[in-house]
Write a protein that binds this ligand. Structure first.
Ligand code: F0G
Length: 457
């Protein structure tokens, strides 16, 4: 690998250094839930790649010159132009963040009792479908079931099952198809252009609208260029444009590949649907030329959307993830293969075989990363996806016990990731001493954000 990041640090922020005893106290006070930890107690924050990217000098210069007019601000026109060039959608609405874009679009598209079909709905996406009384149904491809296989597009939607649904007895209930690129809930794996095109043909043949959840559109495009036949040598921008062109519209959080602290958009081809979304947006988020966003973030997005498609940037970021994946493997920790870009998914179930699913091995590994090294990350296993009984005991485990370590854009360097790999290696030397956890208290919806846990010795 001969890539290097095409930027250098110009302003830096100090990160907290803590002792093990301080971390033990902080985690206990947080109810063993990383979402409750104060950030000042976290040394390396790999909880999310969302809104955590480092902004460029060009973004900050544009933000300083932003136009805060309520209606028709220049910042909005720059935002819209960047997104029109990329998506070619005639209707672009700014929204403050991805889940708000989902709410506005879904309210205008779905009715109670209908089904939203996806490769995998992200958690807030699922919640926004369910809050409307609709059903969120995930149809991930079969290849995702083998965490170790090197299949290049394990984020794909299962086309056979999609067709069965669209031609079967429930066909009338299908309200929309939503393809998440890359598939964050499914190991951060990419979706191929062939799969997206086929899903789109199926949806259109049955009169069902199809949208992208395009939060990581640039990273998906990069993996298509690397992995899909017929795409080598294309620019990530050309691939991303093609992806947007295959569907009826998109929602996207711009806190990821917009490299902005805040922001999202809804892009649509259908003027009538766009009109309904705009009315909802104005009533609930903000006027159509800011949608709940500060003008500075409209401008940060306009720049960020160009910076994120720089092939040198994408290559360096993908290589950074691949190097960390290799270092984790060398340290004795398996990850979901092949590594994607925005996050690595550690196979905690395999590393901690002494812990049954009911003791939440993914959560145990996430806690251990914090206690051992001040590293914050999040479980994606039975705690997040399993079903619980009324006493909060696990009834149905998740298919996998994973931990996601997300990689903020342009924030950490090789030295930080070497440290992460060393901490992983130290845990992997004595996995038996990692304790399991039990749930003390858990809310019914979006429980992982608010639950409290306790270690079981
Ligand atoms: N869709 C996907 C695929 C996401 O990953 C996220 C957020 C959203 C929608 C919602 O966007 O946060 O701007 O409201 N993912 C973050 C994460 C939170 O950590 O994966 P948002």
């Amino acid at each position: 690998m001969r890539s290097f990041p095409p930027y250098r640090a110009q302003v830096v922020a100090e990160i907290p250094v803590t002792t093990r005893a301080e971390r033990e106290r902080a985690l206990a006070a947080a109810g063993y839930n990383a979402f409750n930890l104060p950030a000042r107690m976290v040394t390396i924050d790999l909880l999310t790649d969302s809104g955590t990217g480092a902004v460029s000098t060009a973004q900050e210069a544009a933000a300083a010159a932003a136009d805060r007019s309520y209606a028709g601000s220049d910042s909005f026109f720059r935002f819209r132009e960047a997104l029109s060039e990329l998506t070619h959608y005639p209707h672009i609405l700014p929204v403050h963040q991805g889940r708000a874009a989902e709410r506005v679009l879904f309210t205008s598209v779905l009715r109670a009792g209908q089904i939203s079909v996806s490769n995998t709905h992200f958690d807030t996406t699922r919640a926004n479908v369910e809050l409307l009384g609709a059903e969120a149904r995930d149809l991930p491809c079969a290849e995702f079931g083998d965490l170790d296989s090197l299949e290049p597009f394990k984020g794909n939607i299962n086309l056979d099952r999609l067709e069965q649904l669209l031609t079967g007895p429930e066909a009338d209930r299908v309200g929309m198809v939503l393809v998440t690129i890359t598939n964050n809930g499914g190991g951060g794996q990419p979706v191929s252009m062939a799969n997206l095109a086929a899903a789109s043909r199926l949806a259109r043949a049955h009169g069902v609208p199809i949208f992208l959840d395009a939060a990581r559109f640039a990273e998906n495009a990069w993996l298509v260029v690397q992995r899909e036949e017929g795409y080598a040598g294309k620019t990530p921008r050309a691939v991303a444009e093609e992806a947007f062109g295959l569907v009826d519209g998109a929602v996207a959080s711009l806190k990821k590949d917009g490299i902005s602290p805040m922001g999202a958009f809804i892009g649509l081809t259908d003027p009538e649907l766009a009109q309904r979304c705009e009315t909802n947006l104005i009533a609930t988020e903000g006027f159509r030329t800011y949608g709940g966003l500060g003008a500075h973030d409209l401008d940060r997005v306009a720049k960020g959307l160009h910076e994120v498609l720089d092939p040198h940037y994408l290559e360096a970021r993908a290589d950074e993830a691949a190097r960390l994946a290799q270092a984790a493997n060398d340290a004795g920790v398996d990850i979901v293969q092949p590594p994607g870009i925005h996050a690595l998914y550690l196979n905690a179930g395999r590393l901690l075989p002494h812990l049954p699913a009911s003791r939440f091995p993914g959560h145990s590994l996430a806690c251990e990363l914090y206690l051992e090294g001040g590293i914050r990350c999040v479980e994606l296993g039975s705690l997040y996806l399993g079903t619980l009984d009324e006493n909060n005991e696990l009834v149905t485990p998740a298919p996998f016990e994973l931990v996601r370590i997300a990689l903020p854009r342009r924030v950490y360097s090789q030295g930080h990731y070497e440290y992460v790999a060393e901490v992983l290696g130290d845990i992997a030397k004595n996995p038996d001493r990692v304790p399991g956890y039990r749930i003390v208290d858990a809310p019914k919806i979006l429980r992982h954000f608010n639950l409290r846990m306790a270690p079981v010795s």
